[in-house]
Design a protein. Sequence first.
Length: 216
Amino acid sequence: MHTVKLGNKDIPVGKIVCIGRNYIEHIRELGSQIPDKPVIFIKPASSIIGEGGTIVIPPHSSDCHHEVELAVLIGTEAKNVDANNALDHVTGYAVALDLTLRDIQGTQKEKGLPWEIAKAFDTACPLSAFVPADRVGDPQKLQIRLTVNHDVRQDGNTGDMMRSVAELIAAASAYFTLEAGDILLTGTPSGVGRIVSGDQLLAEIEQVGTLSVSVA
């Protein structure tokens, strides 16, 4: 059983629900179409590593990309919730990286096949400790930033999301029940790029915290 920290508590993790294509500039940099509904996929809890952890890029990929994201910890069961009440189900926020094997993802897309294998590998979800939700003001007004070897790669604001955290929770809960301990990743701003062995990554989100990891 994988757990995450929320204050002094160890919280067992259920599923990690991820949102793709939620920042316009990121959609444009990948040459993708703007979706009319949230793009949803799942990572297993086994993909999590914590602060100071080491990313291990699978040997069958030569193009692993970083994607910094705001992570949302669900505290109470949510099913078919309204966006107006969705944040009532949030118990914490964290800094996350959604690592993507871009070459594997591209091959899967070309074949019309699911691309979870490009997103769900071991160490694919670096994650900081969670801070209580009441310590974060408006989740749509947070600066979000990533440096690799001290060079700024991503620098944006959660206000640039196409769909807000509340809207994403409502949308996901219409498809399946969100349970206590589930984590929602909310998409990444533009600036994604390749990481290689020896790289040092530092992700930061205003009011939420930092996450430092390295690549093996």
